[in-house]
Design a protein around this ligand. Structure first.
Ligand code: G3H
Ligand code: 13P
Ligand code: ZN
Length: 284
């Protein structure tokens, strides 16, 4: 199967009362690992790429690799999504490269600004069959943002969520209900009450949960019952990747938790080695 529209994967998850994982991809090995897991379990999968990942990889190479795997695993629905799109410019660029879905993350802007930019993205994306995800409320990056979080201040307001979807025509909404990126610290209990209110206002909009690496069993079930149909996962798979490398290297106290930290320097050193060989071979 070639890449499928994101909305199809989300709508089927909603109908079937299950959640779909949206996994961050930076390289071939992560891509293969995710696809092998999806194939083994015969599950749909969302492959998502951040702006940092786009800088780390070659955009066209990444899109080509994703298209190859989507073609290889014909019975697995696969969607290619821009995670936390920072600007209209990048959104347009990846849509033109073949992404089937984009997120525009204007969650740090005012509601009006968030609505305005999301609307522009929807106007560009929809005629091309590309789905759009927005974020309302803030899902913090604990560790890099302040530690003293006023959760009530940053969680999604259900009335604003309704306004956001109505005025933009966005396909999916990332909500803040006490979830946070990374493994650091979330709200002690997610605000499922708030999720129910958002759901009541938006019965037909797929809701997305970012920072889901540390969400497990009971919490996940309650989230799906509450209307979440996709879970964004990055930290968990980063740590799996790095821990395995540290284990092979025999480093018990390895603190690297981003594969790119290993792979970028490895790639640079391979380039240098090949350049040395090429110069050595160029004997006249
Ligand atoms: O929420 C952000 C994702 O974890 C992507 O992280 O920008 O380091 O690729 P990244
Ligand atoms: P985690 O790193 O906490 O899994 O969050 C991932 C995410 O939300 C990507 O958008
Ligand atoms: Zn996120």
């Amino acid at each position: 199967m070639s890449l499928v529209p994101m909305r199809q994967i989300l709508d089927e998850a909603e109908k079937g009362d299950y959640g779909v994982g949206a996994y961050n991809v930076n390289n071939m090995e992560q891509l293969q690992a995710i696809m092998w897991a999806a194939d083994e379990t015969k599950s749909p999968v969302i492959l998502q790429v951040s702006k940092t990942a786009l800088k780390y990889t070659d955009k066209k190479l990444l899109v080509a690799m994703v298209n190859v795997v989507a073609d290889t695993y014909k019975d697995i629905p696969v969607s290619l999504h821009l995670d936390h799109g920072p600007s209209l410019e990048l959104v347009k660029e990846v849509i033109d490269l073949g992404f089937t879905s984009v997120m525009i993350d204007a969650s740090r802007m005012t509601l009006e600004e968030n609505i305005a930019i999301t609307k522009e993205v929807v106007e560009y994306a929809h005629p091309k069959g590309v789905a759009v995800q927005a974020e309302l409320g803030k899902v913090p990056y604990l560790g890099s943002e302040q530690l003293d979080i006023d959760w009530n201040e940053i969680m999604t307001d259900p009335d604003e969520a309704k306004k956001m979807v109505k005025e933009t025509g966005v396909d999916a909404l990332a909500v803040a209900i006490g979830n946070a990126h990374g493994f650091f610290r979330e709200k002690s209990e997610p605000d499922f009450n708030r999720l129910a209110k958002i759901r009541a206002k938006l019965p037909n909009t797929p809701l997305i949960l970012h920072g889901a690496s540390d969400w497990v069993n009971g919490k996940v079930v309650k989230a799906i019952e509450g209307g979440i149909c996709a879970f964004n996962i990055d930290t968990d798979t980063r740590i799996a990747f790095c821990s395995a490398i540290c284990k092979v290297a025999g480093d018990k106290h390895c603190e690297v938790n981003d594969p790119r930290k290993f792979l970028k320097v490895a790639r640079d050193d391979v380039q240098k080695a090949v350049e040395r060989k090429i110069r050595m071979f160029a004997v006249k």
